[in-house]
Design a protein around this ligand. Structure first.
Ligand SMILES: [Cu+2]
Length: 81
């Protein structure tokens, strides 16, 4: 699957916000499962998934985790990111 990673905003040294496209999700329930999967990751301080825009917005500490791990968590939950 091609990466649909969209952007990374630098908030401060220890905080970044990643905007990750989620290619396939079917309902708000999917969005909630993805949110829950992301929130369980070490280094993630907040995660919200916008179902209508098919994207996840994740606030994370780049010293602990990275976008590849965020995307992996979405993929492991059963969705293409
Ligand atoms: Cu669903």
């Amino acid at each position: 699957m091609s990466p649909y990673y969209v952007g990374d905003l630098e908030m401060s040294v220890n905080k970044k916000v990643a905007i990750i496209k989620v290619r396939v999700m079917h309902c708000e329930g999917c969005a909630k499962s993805i949110e829950n999967a992301l929130r369980l990751l070490d280094g993630v301080s907040s995660a919200s998934v916008e179902f209508n825009k098919r994207r996840a917005i994740v606030e994370y500490n780049p010293e602990i985790t990275d976008v590849d791990k965020l995307r992996q968590a979405i993929t492991d939950a059963g969705y293409d990111a």
